[in-house]
Every structure is written in C-alpha cells, then in structure tokens.
Write a protein that binds this ligand. Structure first.
Ligand code: MSP
Length: 525
C-alpha cells in the first residue's frame, strides 16, 4: 500500500450565495476526470470538493433571505450535492467550512501563524469587493466602461465597499523572495506558463501585507486570541484543503495525505492560490501543494457567468438537453483547458451528433449489430492477437497504442481537448477498420476462410470497443458503463486497471452481446 502512488486533487470550494451554474460544474468535471483517470491507473486517489460558507457575501445573502447564515448554508448544501450527483462526480469527500473538523483546523492554523509571529495588528482603510471577498487597491478599480479610476470591482463591475478597520495583518511581504525561488525551482507549481509568468511579474513588483481578520462582521471563525475579530474568509477557505485531510484533528492522516497533488482553480482566484496560500504554508512550516492549475472561464454571452450578471446556465439545463456524458465531454473537448471558452448550444449539438452519435455511437451500433446478425450475438474467440493478421488488425492495434500513449500524456498535462482528439483518432481508425474489412461481404461468403476472417474481424472490432469503454470511462462514465453492458462484460470499465485493460486480445469468447438502443441517439435542433 505504501508504495502505491497517490493523487490528491481539489476543486475550489464554492460560495453558497447562489445555486451552482455550469462554471462551477466545469471545474468539478475536470477534477473528476483526473480523479477517475488516476484511479484507472491504479493510484490511491483523494478527490475533494466542498462549500465555502463563511464571509460577508454569504452573511449578506442569508440576511436578504431572512435566514441565519447557517440556515442558509444548510439550505444550499443539497443544491451543490445535487450538482455532484447530476454530473456523475466521484468525489471522496465534501467539506463545508462550517463543519467542526474544519473550524478546529482553522483555529490550529491561526494559532500557528500567531505563534510564528506571522500576524500583527494594524489599521486598514481601503476598497473591498464583497462579491470577490477581496481587498483591492485604488488603482485596480474601474469605471462602467472598464477604464481606470472608477469605483467598481474589475471582475464583477459592481460598486466596492470602503472599509476602515483595525485588523490582524499577515506578513505576506516577507515571502516574496521565497515564493519567487519556489516558482523558479518548481516551475510546474503554476500551470499554464502564462499564469506562472503573470504571478512572477506580480511578485517582482513587490507584495503588500494583507488583512487576515475582520472586526465588522461576525460570520467566520473567531481569532482564538482576539474573539472580537473573525478570520478573513480566504485563509479560512484555503485551509479546507488541509483540514479535510486531518489538519488540526488527525495528525497521522494529515502526514499521510498532505500535500495535495493538484489544486484546480479558475483564473479569478489565481493569486489567492499561488501567492497567499503558499505564503501561509511557508509561514506555518508546512509542505506546499505540488501544482496549481489555472483554467479560464466559461463565458455566456461573452461574459463570465455570475449572480450579479444574471447570465447563468444551470447544470441541469445542459444535462436535460444532452445528458450527463455529453455535458462532461463538451466541457473538456470544446474549450482548451486554461483558456476562456464560450458556451454555445449549437457547438454542443454539433459535438453530440458528430463526435458522440456518429463516431463512437455508430461504431458501437454497427459492430454489435453485425455480431448479432452474423455470429448469433456471441463474441468469437478470434481477435487478431499477436499481429497475425499483417494488415488491418495490426493497423488498428497500432492506432490504439499510439492513442493510449498520447491520451494519457495529454490528460496528465491537463490538455484534455488534445487527449480526447487522440482518443477520437482511435475511434476513426476503428470506423475505417470496419469499412476496409467489409464484414458484410465476408458474411455472404460461406467458405471456411471467409467465415474465419469474419470472426477475426468482428472479434477485433469488439476488442476495440472493450478497450474504448475503459478509455472513455474517466470522461463519460455512464456511456462507458452502457457500452460495457452491451458488450456483456463483467465488473465495470472503471473497475479496470488501465495498463492491463489495454492489452489486446482479452475479450472473453462466447459472451452474449446486445445492440439494444443507440448509445447516443441523434438529436435534431
Ligand atoms: N469560494 C471561492 C474559492 C475558495 S477556494 C479555497 C470562490 N468560489 S466561487 O464559487 O466564486 O468560484 C469557484 C470556482 O468556480 C472558481 O475557480 C471560479 O473560477 C469558478 N468559476 C466560477 N464561474 C466560472 C465560469 N463562468 N467559468 C469557469 N469557472 C468559473 O471563488
């Protein structure tokens, strides 16, 4: 067990001021695909997501709804959990920052920072965006047209508050050089490179200390040594990545499961994760996460989806329209992970019909149909093992080998669209294989040689489908399972170990396969 490789992936924890939209679904699906990928590789995986429940933003929303903040959070939790279920998310844990395990961990972290003299009292005066839960500088504010010098948050384009408080400050400026050194020594700490460069430039300009407590709000974790103040929501929220694996409550587990392998975050929360978070860990003498991967936004009508802009699309809208598998596939295939991408119903329909109904759906239907018609629905024992074919089957196996290696390598670099492109290269090769080997002609020729070739060709095609189901399972777990069932196979595609599963020639002979309903029935507009 101890030699088993470990992968700990997190999503940001979501603000509960509003129900989830497809922007939240997007990060969560990406994390799920990675978790499922590494499980398929046989890693011990821990996949964490959850809710960010403290802070002014949540307290304000609760007050507007006439509830206490805790009542509001309890009311919202099922909406987020329903999103996870709806999207077939395989998280191992779901943390809420109002849980005792988290609050105890935050107290431990605050006490540690205080003991290490990382905090000090100071007056603060300046702008604060409640929607971001961020302190801003005057220079960052914009006007309604996005120009400098207004009173609006550059992200939300909504008016900022003016804060005047006596707060505990974190000595963030002390960590500038160590952060720069860390990024230089471990460039993979921030991906993609454009974001790394952005952080480096920001650090090179110098860092200011940052307020870590609030005296004018009460919805948060009180500072143990100054209970008139609560922790600023960001250090509280960031700590979730550690408190969920036992920080402050279960030392043994914490040492085993920390640090995280990967924090997935949107570009709006880049600095919190690549500057403030590592600086907190440095101050507390704790190991840093291995990587922060920063993705772009899913835009609706050209803008980031948000409550303030009322341009949100609910995950249930796209799942109702296209099913969970297509929704997951669309997010990863149609948008380059790391860049912004526009959500479009037309593009989704196009992907559904071309990539799913046609490329993989048709392939499955055709092959299963022919096995039903020509082989009484029973899988043959011949599958063209060991390159004894010298032609089309060898070419198909070669296409598989190359697809598997590119797919894995691209997924592990979080380049999902190129990974999927490689996998689809294999589906195209399999469709070509069926065209080139013309089983429908072989079926008409009753000579023993033609019949043997027919069995071999359909056996190879079934084998291609078996391996396809395994490879698809991280992205489209439901469709992979449905395909697996049609193939009459046991266990489940996501219960396989990748390295073994992709070895050609394992389709059990004499298995009853069934064409049944199409995997992805074509859709009209
Ligand atoms: N609560 C903080 C995160 C704390 S993590 C310690 C927060 N929450 S959020 O709900 O506003 O955003 C959570 C994540 O969703 C962020 O990574 C954000 O980038 C992502 N998205 C929110 N809207 C999005 C899109 N429209 N598109 C893609 N992702 C977006 O920030």
């Amino acid at each position: 067990m101890s030699n088993q490789e470990y992968f700990y992936v997190t999503t940001p924890i979501y603000y509960v001021n509003d129900v989830p939209h497809i922007g939240h679904a997007y990060t969560t699906v990406a994390a799920d695909v990675l978790a499922r990928w590494y499980r398929l590789k046989g890693y011990r995986v821990h996949f964490l997501t959850g809710m960010d429940e403290h802070g002014e933003k949540v307290a304000k929303t609760a007050a507007e709804k006439g509830m206490t903040p805790q009542e509001w959070c309890d009311h919202m939790a099922p909406h987020f959990q329903a999103m996870l279920e709806l999207l077939d998310i395989s998280n191992d844990d779901f943390i809420r920052t109002t849980e005792e395990r988290h609050v105890r961990g935050v107290v431990t972290l605050l006490e540690t920072l205080q003991e290490k003299d990382a905090l000090y009292l100071r007056d603060y005066e300046g702008p604060y965006c409640v929607a971001c839960e961020t302190y801003l500088t005057g220079g960052e504010l914009v006007d309604a047209e996005g120009g400098a010098g207004g009173n609006l948050c550059p992200i939300h384009k909504s008016p900022v508050d003016h804060l005047r408080e006596h707060n505990w400050f974190f000595r963030l400026s002390n960590y500038r050089d160590r952060l720069l050194d860390h990024i230089k020594e471990h460039p993979e700490f921030i991906e993609p490179a454009t974001r790394r460069n952005e952080v480096i430039s920001f650090l090179e300009e110098g860092l200011n200390d940052i307020s870590f407590s609030r005296s004018t709000i009460t919805w948060g974790v009180p500072l143990p040594w100054d209970t008139d103040q609560v922790a600023y929501v960001w250090p509280d929220a960031l700590a979730n990545y550690m408190t969920a694996v036992g920080y402050g409550t279960n030392e043994e587990r914490f040492h085993q499961d920390w640090p995280a392998s990967l924090h997935l975050v949107g570009k709006d929360i880049l600095r919190f994760h690549t500057i403030i978070w590592p600086a907190i860990l440095m101050a507390a003498d704790l190991p840093l996460p291995r990587q922060v991967f920063v993705h772009g936004w899913l835009l609706a009508a050209g803008e980031k989806m948000s409550k303030t802009r009322a341009n949100k699309i609910a995950p249930s809208e796209i799942v109702d329209g296209f099913g969970v598998d297509c929704s997951r596939y669309y997010f990863l295939r149609d948008v380059s992970f790391g860049l912004d991408g526009s959500f479009s119903w037309e593009a989704m329909l196009q992907r559904y019909n071309a990539d799913l109904a046609n490329d993989i759906g048709n392939l499955a239907s055709r092959v299963l149909n022919m096995v039903e018609r020509y082989l009484d629905g029973l899988s043959p024992k011949e599958q063209g093992v060991d390159g004894d074919d010298g032609g089309e089957i060898d070419a198909l196996q070669a296409a598989l080998t190359s697809a598997v290696s590119v797919y894995g390598e691209r997924f592990e670099a979080l380049d999902f669209d190129d990974g999927l492109l490689a996998l689809w290269g294999f589906f195209h090769a399999a469709n070509r294989f069926v065209e080139d080997t013309t089983p429908w002609h072989l079926a008409k020729d009753k000579s023993p040689a033609a019949q043997a070739r027919l069995r071999e060709v359909l056996g190879a095609a079934l084998e291609a489908l078996r391996i396809s189901a395994v490879l698809l399972s991280p992205v489209m777990p439901g469709a992979a399972r449905r395909l697996w069932d049609k193939l009459g196979l046991e266990a489940a595609p996501d219960a396989q170990i990748l390295e073994k599963a992709v070895i050609w020639g394992q389709f059990p002979a004499g298995t009853r396969v069934t064409k049944g309903d199409p995997l992805f029935p074509r859709k009209e507009i």
